[in-house]
Ligand binder design. Structure first.
Ligand code: GLA
Length: 388
C-alpha cells in the first residue's frame, strides 16, 4: 500500500505535469484531555498523530489556486482574489481559506498547484481539517519565503477555519498539528498560546493509548458546538470574567450560585462546571506527568473527564458512552471521548498487552447494542507539520 506522501507525488505529475517543488506534511491529533476548554482560554493536552495530510505543491505564474484531492473527483480552480468568506465551500475551502487568511494578514502569496491526500479517517474528530490547513500553510510559508512562525501559522489556519470554512472552533487542533512532537504531549495554554512539550513514553510504561472510532453519525455537530460556545460566553458575561478560564475550582460553588435559578441558569451551571473542572483535570494530569508519576494514575482523571462531558457538557452519544463503559469493563485504566463530541472517537489508556482484548470488548458491546462496527488503532505521538 502506498502512503499519502507517495500518492501526492504521483498524482501531482498526472494532474499538473512535472514535479512538485516539494512535499509537506501535517498530522491529525488526538486530545488526551481538555475538551471545549480551548475557546474558554483554558488548557488542553493533545498529541499529534502519525496519521495526517500530505501536500505536493508548486508555485504558478498566475494568482490562481488549483487544488486536487486524491480522495475527491476533479480539480478546484479559484483565483486568489475571488476567495472570501461565504464564497468558497466544500473540502477545498480548507485550502483556499489558508490563502485568504495569509492575504488578510498582509502576505503576498503566489498561485499554487497543489495535490493533497491523507490517512486520517474523516469525520472521526481527529482533525483531518486542521491537518489539511496546516499542510498547505507550511507549504505556502516556505514557497513564498514568508518566514512565519508556528504561532503565526496557527493564527492563520484558525482564521481560515473560523472565517472561510465557517466553523467557530477554538484553535487547539491547528496548534497540535503545528507543535506536535514525537513521544510527547503538547500542553497548551490557550490564553497565552504557550506550548510545552511533555514527555509521554507509553511504551516504557508498558502502556498503549487505544483510539476507537465509534463510527457514530455526527448529527447536528456544528449547531451543537456553536451552542456550547455561546453558552460558555454567556456564562462568562454573567459572571463578569473575560473567559471561564478565570473561574477557579475553589471559586466554582460561588460562581454557580451567582448564575442563579431557572432553566437557563441550570443549563449554564452545568456548562460552567464542566469547563472549570476540566481545566483542573488538565493541570492535574500535567502535574502527574511532570512529577514522573506512574502513567496509570492519570486513568481515573480521564474517566472523570468523560463523565463531565456526558453529564454536564452533554456532548456524548450512546455509541461513545457504550465504548467507554466497555473498555473500562475490559480493564482500561481510564477512558474518555476525545474531540468536539456527538460521535467521533474514544481513547483508552490500557496495558500494552491488553489492546486486543479491549478492542474485542468494544466490538462485542457494539454488536449487542446493534451499533455499526467500530474501528480502532493505537495512537503514537508524532512530530508536527514539516517539509518531507
Ligand atoms: C474541536 C474544535 C477544537 C476544540 C474541540 C473540543 O476539535 O476544533 O477547537 O474545541 O473540538 O475540545
Amino acid at each position: 500500500m502506498t502512503s499519502p506522501a507517495e500518492r501526492v507525488a504521483t498524482e501531482f505529475a498526472e494532474t499538473f505535469g512535472g514535479k512538485p517543488e516539494g512535499r509537506w506534511w501535517a498530522p491529525g491529533r488526538v486530545n488526551l484531555i481538555g475538551e471545549h476548554t480551548d475557546y474558554n482560554d483554558g488548557f488542553v493536552l493533545p498529541l499529534a498523530l502519525e496519521q495526517g495530510v500530505a501536500a505536493a505543491a508548486r508555485p504558478t505564474g498566475d494568482p490562481v489556486l488549483r487544488v486536487r484531492s486524491v480522495q475527491q473527483e476533479g480539480t478546484v480552480d479559484v483565483a486568489l482574489s475571488d476567495i472570501a468568506p461565504g464564497v468558497v465551500s466544500g473540502w477545498s475551502a480548507y485550502v483556499s481559506g489558508v490563502a485568504w487568511a495569509l492575504r488578510e494578514a498582509g502576505h503576498e502569496v503566489p498561485g499554487l498547484d497543489v495535490v493533497v491526500d491523507g490517512d486520517i479517517p474523516s469525520g472521526a474528530g481527529l482533525s483531518s481539517s486542521a491537518a489539511l490547513e496546516c499542510a498547505v500553510a507550511v507549504a505556502w510559508n516556505e514557497l513564498a519565503g514568508l518566514g512565519l512562525s508556528r504561532h503565526d501559522l496557527a493564527a492563520v489556519t484558525q482564521r481560515a477555519e473560523n472565517d472561510v470554512v465557517g466553523a467557530p472552533t477554538g484553535g487547539m487542533d491547528q496548534m497540535a498539528s503545528l507543535f506536535g512532537r514525537a513521544g510527547h504531549l503538547v500542553f497548551l495554554d490557550m490564553r497565552t498560546l504557550e506550548a510545552e512539550e511533555v514527555p509521554f513514553d507509553l511504551a516504557a510504561a508498558g502502556l498503549a493509548l487505544v483510539v476507537v472510532d465509534t463510527q457514530a453519525p455526527h448529527a447536528h455537530v456544528d449547531g451543537e458546538y456553536a451552542e456550547r460556545r455561546r453558552s460558555c460566553e454567556r456564562a462568562a458575561e454573567i459572571l463578569g470574567v473575560p473567559a471561564l478560564r478565570d473561574v477557579t475550582v475553589d471559586a466554582l460553588d460561588a460562581a454557580l450560585t451567582r448564575l442563579g435559578d431557572g432553566a437557563e441558569a441550570g443549563l449554564l451551571r452545568k456548562r460552567v462546571r464542566h469547563i472549570v473542572t476540566e481545566n483542573a483535570r488538565v493541570l492535574a494530569v500535567v502535574a502527574a506527568l511532570r512529577a514522573g508519576d506512574d502513567l496509570r494514575t492519570i486513568g481515573p482523571t480521564l474517566t472523570a473527564s468523560h463523565a463531565s462531558m456526558r453529564d454536564d457538557f452533554e456532548i456524548t452519544v450512546p455509541e461513545v458512552d457504550t465504548a467507554v463503559q466497555a473498555v473500562l469493563d475490559a480493564g482500561a485504566h481510564g477512558a474518555r471521548m476525545t474531540g468536539g463530541g456527538f460521535g467521533g472517537c474514544v481513547l483508552a489508556l490500557v496495558e500494552a498487552d491488553a489492546v486486543e482484548a479491549v478492542v474485542r470488548a468494544v466490538e462485542a458491546a457494539y454488536a449487542a447494542a446493534g451499533f455499526r462496527a467500530p474501528s480502532a488503532f493505537v495512537a503514537v505521538a508524532a512530530d508536527g507539520a514539516r517539509r518531507l
